[in-house]
Design a protein around this ligand. Structure first.
Ligand code: AMP
Ligand code: GLY
Length: 420
């Protein structure tokens, strides 16, 4: 089989790494890819948000199966164009991708599905949004309705912060994404992510994870795309997983199918857990980054079979072969991230790092220049390892971090603290 993966981050490197191990994979192409993926696949520089371009490229290269990594191509309907052209693809339609692309749409689906989530109001003008916030009081959560690259959510602990956030959003701080605002009840509890493959009807859980969104140790400082993750998440017990499937995932899939927009792909279910009960924080229509890296480290080659089963409507007959293992990934980022950072610093020591079924350094933002590996992004490397316990996985990860010679980079030293 010829396989095409769309994306260029650590998430896509881990997908490529897992897919490559499956004997079904004859040829792997990644677009656009990065320096890490170049070592295991062919990289192609194409516009992955343009459905026409992706279809032509897939046809020219006799691609049998496409895996879409990030949300942007999904929101642009790239999966629809591929399906129309008769090419098998893992990822939801543009209509189903609204579960991530529009917060108010997700709330509407939760209402119809009676899925537990925060109480909310949906506003298109500043005056009524301000009045609602003043009436509800703080803490309160203000969300730009559309995709805002993870920056459209303000958790306001006091009223003034909430009102300022509304002024910013209606003032155009998030462009079109902020022209509509969802205002939510502040939920307390512990957050965890649950990953479920869906084929339009059936759903198959493939793992749990916890991410660390703040840049600083002890979960302090600015929000980031994620500084590290581990799987499984102990807080997401079997009982909570079962309730999440019964109360949130299945009712959502039923509602999406009823509307004529069945959901196919991976559903990233962001949960707030309190007193043994899960409530939905958000859906994403793709794997998390860096959560995908720990899931792929644990699933290995079977990830391809499972994604294919989802794409072909065969999940009812699929099952996950679980090891009783743990995985952790630590993000190495460029000094300054998530604020301004320099690009172009050289990373050394990667050749000495182990690369096997227990240890991998996934690349997130790198390129090859004059034979050297150069940092090109904020989040640059994802040092990932597996072990019989989380502690063992963690020891392996930080031993690899020590091997990497990159003075311009940093990482959090406390990934996994909640679970250890
Ligand atoms: P989202 O993009 O919707 O996941 O929001 C980003 C982050 O904001 C989440 O991971 C939570 O930490 C926080 N958050 C979002 N909604 C709520 C809520 N209703 N109550 C408490 N925290 C929230
Ligand atoms: N790590 C959070 C996300 O991928 O949305």
């Amino acid at each position: 089989m010829n396989i095409l993966i769309l994306g260029s981050g650590g998430r896509e490197h881990s997908l490529a790494w897992a897919v490559m191990q499956n004997p079904k994979c004859d040829k792997l192409i990644v677009a656009p890819g990065n320096a890490g993926m170049e070592e295991i696949a062919e990289c192609a520089e194409i516009d992955i948000n343009d459905g026409g371009v992706v279809v032509s490229f897939a046809e020219e290269n006799a691609v049998d199966f496409v895996i879409v990594g990030p949300e942007a191509p999904l929101a642009e309907g790239v999966a629809d164009r591929l399906r129309e052209a008769g090419i098998s693809v893992f990822g939801p339609s543009e209509a189903a991708a609204r579960l991530e692309a529009s917060k108010s749409f997700t709330k509407e689906i939760c209402d119809a599905a009676q899925a537990p989530t925060a109480a909310y109001g949906h506003f298109t003008d500043l005056a009524s949004a301000r009045a609602y916030v003043e009436d509800q009081g703080a803490p309160i959560v203000i969300k730009a309705d559309g995709l805002a690259a993870g920056k459209g959510v303000i958790v306001a602990m006091d009223l003034q912060t909430a009102l300022d956030a509304l002024d910013d959003m209606f003032g155009g701080a998030f462009g079109g994404a902020g022209a509509e605002v969802v205002i939510e009840e502040f939920m307390e509890g512990e957050e965890a992510s649950f990953f479920v493959l869906c084929d339009g009807e059936e759903a198959l859980p493939i793992g749990t994870a916890q991410d660390h969104k703040r840049v600083g140790e002890g979960d302090t400082g600015l929000n980031t795309g994620g500084m590290g993750a581990y799987s499984p998440a102990p807080v997401l017990t079997d009982e909570i997983a079962r309730r999440t499937m019964d109360e949130i995932v299945h009712p959502t899939l039923k509602e999406m199918a009823k509307r004529g927009t069945p959901y196919q792909g991976v559903l990233y279910v962001g949960l707030m857990i309190k007193d043994g009960a899960p409530r939905l924080v958000e859906y994403n229509v793709r794997f998390g980054d860096p959560e995908c890296q720990v899931l792929m480290m644990r699933l290995g080659a079977q990830a391809l079979d499972l994604m294919q089963a989802a794409a072909e409507g065969r999940l009812a007959e699929a099952s996950v072969n679980w090891g009783d293992d743990h995985a952790m990934t630590v993000v190495m980022a460029a000094e300054g991230y998530p604020g301004g950072y320099e690009k172009g610093s050289v990373i050394k020591g990667l050749d000495n790092c182990p690369e096997d079924s227990m240890n991998m350094v996934f690349h997130a933002g790198t390129t090859r220049k004059d034979g050297k590996t150069v940092a090109t992004g904020g989040r640059v490397l994802n040092v990932t390892a597996r072990g019989a316990s989380l502690q063992e996985a963690r020891d392996r990860v930080y031993a690899i971090v020590e091997q990497i010679d990159w003075p311009e980079g940093f990482c959090r030293r406390d990934i996994g603290w909640r679970a250890l």
